[in-house]
Design a protein around this ligand. Structure first.
Ligand code: URP
Ligand code: ZN
Ligand code: ZN
Ligand code: ZN
Length: 480
């Protein structure tokens, strides 16, 4: 059965129009005023509302085994919460253990994700290096629809990728037409500073940001960007949290390099005062990497998003409950790193971005959906309300309000970093694959309805990059 979304304003990343949207068989069939639709078509009244592409969260960790525990949201609860928040697709991470085969890890994550209720894709992390990793990257791109690989420059003694790994993998990404992404923090410095703080007896969550000052991120962002630049590969920096990293990206872009940057809703909204709380559990609940930063850094992030230096917003949804955070009661380095938010990203960015005049409604669509689809090569199937696109749509009431709370959210975690925040502007209906899955507070999303989305190699960034790489090939000087 089809679905007609009637009377709303359709907001695209670059313009808005008054139009009805007719969805059938999971796709958008028409975008225009008063389309002909079969008798009996279910109608969604969108008068006074905005009709936008469903959100894409390009950075989540569902069911991830991490730091001695497993995150509390699995692919079912996590993607359900995403739908309740207007996000219709996530890009999660396959993270092989060092020396584990990439293909084996990939199939494990594919199994875990079978219960997803929203569409999903995977970045695959490169946590070690040898010929099998090089070859498996090729198989993942050619056979499995993976077009991006993740590198953690932090987490020494576990999944950290050293420079030799970055060089090997970025090179391979360029050969394959894939996008390398990095968690940019200097893992050696973090490790050193952690030991120093512990030795001084500073063992609580307040030590977490002290062990990861902004320059730790700036150095790694610069290093990763320079390595990518030298090898002729693009690069995408995840969870940019500091002016230091923004400056590195802006400098590289101004010098013609293909660099993308992502910012987390949490980094835009929450500042570093949380780590000073006298309540250990409250402070520990905010331990994530990179840490929350000062208000000065936050304003730089908003400006970078508005000006296009940063293109995407994500959550890094990585949910741990209080008993899991308590693993680090006596040693902050053992507090599992991560915070939740896949359900709240759209609403908090709308409230603090659009309502406050920092982002236009079109910017909002760009940074919550379209740009991620373009960068990761699933546009216009995703990130677009256009004929032929997947019918992944959010009906947004700009006047609806709610108070965010862990007691009412759908995320499977006992804490919400936005607790008590009043937001105006909410997804009142979410449509996924043409089905009304979130309807005025009711979720109807049977387990397993989510689909794996294959992402082809050679995203748009490669059009120019490949030509430049050919033209700048080194040549030997012919002598005598
Ligand atoms: O603290 C975080 N961000 N945990 C998840 C893993 C990562 O670094 O993205
Ligand atoms: Zn990270
Ligand atoms: Zn992450
Ligand atoms: Zn755009």
């Amino acid at each position: 059965m089809g679905l007609l979304i009637k009377g709303g304003t359709v907001v695209h990343h670059d313009r808005s129009e008054t139009a009805d949207v007719y969805c059938a068989s999971g796709f958008i069939h028409s975008v225009g005023v008063n389309p002909d639709v079969p008798l009996g078509t279910e109608t969604v009244d969108a008068h006074g509302c905005l009709v936008m592409p469903g959100g894409i969260d390009p950075h989540t960790h569902m069911q991830l085994p991490f730091m001695g525990t497993v995150v509390s949201d699995d692919f079912y609860t996590g993607t359900r919460a995403a739908l309740a928040g207007g996000t219709t697709m996530i890009i999660d991470f396959v993270i092989p253990a060092p020396r584990q085969s990439l293909m084996e890890a990939f199939s494990t994550w594919q199994e875990w994700a079978e219960k997803a209720v929203a569409d999903y894709a995977f970045h695959v992390a490169i946590t070690w290096w040898d010929k099998s990793v090089h070859d498996d990257m090729g198989t993942l791109v050619s056979d499995e629809g993976v077009n991006s690989f993740k590198h953690f420059m932090a987490y020494k003694n576990s999944i950290m990728a050293t420079d030799d790994i970055l060089v090997g993998s970025f090179n391979r990404c360029r050969e394959l037409g894939a996008i390398p992404t990095v968690h940019a923090e200097n893992g050696e410095l973090v490790f050193y500073l952690q030991q120093e703080l512990l030795a001084k007896g500073i063992t609580g969550p307040e030590a977490h940001p002290l062990s990861r000052p902004p320059l730790v991120e700036g150095e790694a962002a610069n290093r990763a960007i320079h390595i990518a630049g030298a090898l002729g590969s693009p690069i995408y920096i995840v969870h940019v949290s500091t002016q230091d990293a923004v400056d590195a990206i802006a400098y590289a872009r101004a010098h013609g390099q293909e660099v993308f940057g992502e910012v987390l809703a949490g980094h835009l909204l929450i500042d570093d005062s949380v780590y000073q709380s006298k309540d250990w559990s409250f402070a520990a609940a905010h331990v994530m990497s990179p840490p929350f930063r000062s208000k000065e850094h936050q304003q730089v992030l908003w400006n970078a998003l508005k000006s296009g230096t940063l293109q995407t917003t994500a959550t890094d949804h990585c949910s741990f409950c209080a008993d899991q955070k308590a693993m680090g009661r006596d040693d902050f380095t053992k507090i599992p790193n991560g915070t939740a938010g896949v359900e709240d990203r759209m609403a908090v960015i709308w409230d603090k971005g659009v309502n406050s005049g920092q982002l236009s409604v079109n910017d909002f669509v760009a940074v919550t959906s379209t740009h991620a689809a373009q960068i990761f090569n699933i546009y216009p199937r995703k990130g677009s309300v256009s004929v032929g696109a997947d019918a992944d749509i959010v009906v947004w009431d700009p006047e609806a309000t709610k108070t965010i709370s862990a007691t009412t959210h759908h995320q499977n975690v006992d804490f919400n970093i936005y607790e008590g925040m009043q937001v105006r502007g909410l997804p009142i209906k979410t449509i996924s694959q043409g089905e009304l899955v979130w309807n005025n507070g009711e979720l109807q999303a049977p387990e397993g309805r989510g689909r794996f989305v294959r992402r082809p190699a050679y995203p748009p960034v490669y059009e120019t990059l490949t030509k430049r790489n050919v033209l700048t090939q080194p040549e030997a000087v012919r002598r005598g």
